[in-house]
Design a protein around this ligand. Structure first.
Ligand code: SF4
Length: 105
């Protein structure tokens, strides 16, 4: 697969994004990352929510947002407003709990 212009290229050019290689969104084109950046008050598409819920890199994605103080966009499937409300540890506990429940069903 030619990864020019896709997320794979971005990953290969970054030192701290190797966790994205395992992500459900790893094969999206860079332009498709808009899926995770919606207007305030709007929600992600159901398909995008499902992608994040089954993503093996969900915890790393959310951790990346907290560690880099990223204010916008959904990371780990969590909205910016939810991230502002939760501490890093509470947010990580929340997505881990969701993942455990999803795997149990
Ligand atoms: S959790 Fe993060 S890395 Fe995984 S699909 Fe969603 S946006 Fe991509």
């Amino acid at each position: 697969m030619n990864r020019t212009g896709d997320l794979g290229t971005l990953i290969e050019q970054s030192n701290d994004l190797d966790w994205l290689l395992e992500a459900s969104c790893a094969d999206l084109a860079v332009e498709q990352l808009d899926l995770f950046f919606v207007e305030a008050g709007k929600s992600l598409a159901k398909e995008t929510v499902a992608m994040c819920e089954r993503c093996p890199a969900r915890v790393q994605c959310l951790t990346h947002a907290y560690d880099n103080e990223i204010a916008g966009g959904y990371f780990g499937g969590m909205s910016p407003s939810r991230r502002r409300k939760l501490s890093r540890n509470d947010a990580l506990a929340e997505v881990t709990e969701v993942a455990v429940m999803a795997n149990a069903s």
